[in-house]
Design a protein around this ligand. Structure first.
Ligand SMILES: [Zn+2]
Length: 481
């Protein structure tokens, strides 16, 4: 597969340290609030990437952290602690907040068909790992203690800004207006590895360390967790583009200084989801969550479809009009799949040729919109319906848009509508069996002719078949019970 690598700024052939095996790491959520659908765009695209790697035959070990400590409002270690802020807002403890929003995050993921990573590790569970890395960095003189905190010394590196093809906006985090400068730092880009001098008196989570009681910085958790579960060589690191700097830049700095060799070969960054007035955020405009979309009557999978229609490296603009267009396109596609007739032999040559095209589209820097186009192409193929359905089911192992089950439900719905039978103003609707519709109609005719014995006989006959008749305002409907 060919994939754009943010570290080398080019599309390159994806290779792994151990052939056939992908060590994959994803920056997880900071669990102080609900995720907005912009955050979830990254997780959707990373999910497709993981599933495509598996589909291509790789064995994938995917690890994700849950940030439940140490992430300050500014990614550059200043501002308020996000978890404390959430706990204060809701009059709960930090751990209660963490548990609640971790569950909320995975519930959103489930609705969006985002697979749970193989390993999910809360940051608070790996304190020993961070202490070990920080100690080693101090020994190697990549770190220093100042004002009670341990900092990484970026001046010791030969190369720091590895992702500098990103927006100036992303690079400006540390100097954002209203964020005070930390005077303990030797260099502007130095970052905290371990806090002991917390300016938050009510900082709930603290641990003993060689540098005093305190808590880890945000960046160190991803290096610690990844090295624990992925080993020393990471093949693929994912995240939203706003994580590239300073978070991922700092992860590379500390990991490679600690290990003494290159750490992660491939960096995958998903572009922002914007609103028409700019970058989506929790505090600006409508707080767009999966639950809000559901309340408004949207199927979460229609949002997934909306994301997959665009390339992950392009900023995507969310408006309800754009989402409505995606809903219409998705429903139309489901309806076309529902029109196919299941059953029969698969034509292997046609199957293989179409699959190859899908592999090529997705293998070209995860071109998901071409992946969806591949489904439309399948519908136009000169092959039988069994082959088409098998192909769609196969591609959906990666796209996870539930095409087969939704088409099946649609087919059932259509069948019910098609077997409605009306005579003399009396309408029988049922679950798609004209023979039963006819019997229910005969029962009605018998009753009308006051032939109650015959009417009862038919009712008993239907009952024996497990059919229940329900009177409706225009006639009757039946169902299997
Ligand atoms: Zn991270």
């Amino acid at each position: 597969m060919y994939l754009y690598n943010s570290a080398t700024h080019k599309k390159e052939e994806f290779k792994t340290h151990t052939p056939g095996r992908v060590e994959m790491y994803t920056c997880g959520p900071t669990v102080y609030h609900f995720a907005h659908i912009g955050n979830l765009r990254s997780y959707i695209m990373e999910d497709v990437l993981e599933k495509f790697l598996r589909y291509s035959g790789y064995d994938v070990n995917r690890v994700m952290n849950i940030t439940d400590v140490g992430h300050l409002s500014s990614d550059a270690d200043t501002g308020e602690d996000k978890m404390l802020k959430g706990a204060r807002r809701e009059h709960k403890t930090v751990m209660e907040i963490a548990q609640f929003y971790t569950d909320a995050f995975f519930s959103d993921c489930e609705k969006l068909h985002i697979k749970r990573p193989d390993v999910v590790q809360p940051a608070t569970g790996c304190i020993d790992e961070y202490i070990n890395i920080v100690s080693r960095l101090l020994e190697k003189e990549y770190a220093y203690v100042s004002g009670g905190n341990v900092y990484f010394d970026t001046s010791k590196l030969q190369r720091y800004y590895v992702f500098n093809d990103h927006d100036e906006e992303d690079l400006a985090v540390g100097v954002r207006e209203g964020v005070e400068e930390d005077t303990n730092k030797r260099n502007k880009n130095d970052f905290v590895l371990w806090f002991t001098k917390s300016k938050f008196e009510d900082q709930a989570l603290k641990w003993d360390s060689p540098w005093g009681v305190g808590y880890p910085g945000w960046h160190i958790e991803c290096s610690g967790i990844s090295m624990k579960y992925n080993g020393e060589y990471l093949d693929l690191h994912c995240g939203g583009v706003d994580n590239a700097f300073p978070h991922h830049t700092n992860e590379i700095a500390q990991s490679e200084s600690y290990l003494g060799h290159p750490w992660c070969a491939h960096w995958f960054h998903v572009a922002h989801l914007n609103t028409s007035s700019g970058k989506m955020s929790k505090s600006k405009g409508e707080f767009l969550t999966v639950s809000l979309l559901e309340e408004k009557g949207y199927d979460p999978l229609a949002y997934r479809y909306f994301c997959l229609q665009s390339h992950y490296r392009k900023a995507l603009v969310f408006t309800y009009e754009n989402l409505d267009n995606a809903v219409a396109a998705y429903n139309k596609l489901v309806a076309r799949i529902a029109a196919l007739t299941p059953g029969g032999e698969i034509e292997q040559a046609a199957f293989d040729a179409a699959k190859e095209k899908f592999m090529q589209a997705m293998g070209n820097d995860l071109n998901t919109s071409m992946g969806i186009t591949a489904i439309f192409d399948v519908l136009k193929l000169k092959t039988n319906d069994a082959t088409k359905l098998a192909l769609i089911a196969d591609f959906d192992r990666v796209l996870s848009l539930d095409f087969i089950a939704k088409a099946e439900a649609k087919r059932e719905e259509l069948k019910k509508a098609q077997t409605a039978k009306t005579e003399g103003g009396y309408t029988v609707t049922g679950e798609g069996d004209p023979a039963i519709d006819a019997l229910v109609m005969q029962r009605y005719e018998a009753k009308k002719a006051k032939n109650f014995a015959e009417a009862d006989r038919i009712r008993d006959e239907l009952k024996a078949q497990g059919i229940e008749i329900i009177d409706t305002k225009d006639g009757a409907s039946w169902k299997r019970v």
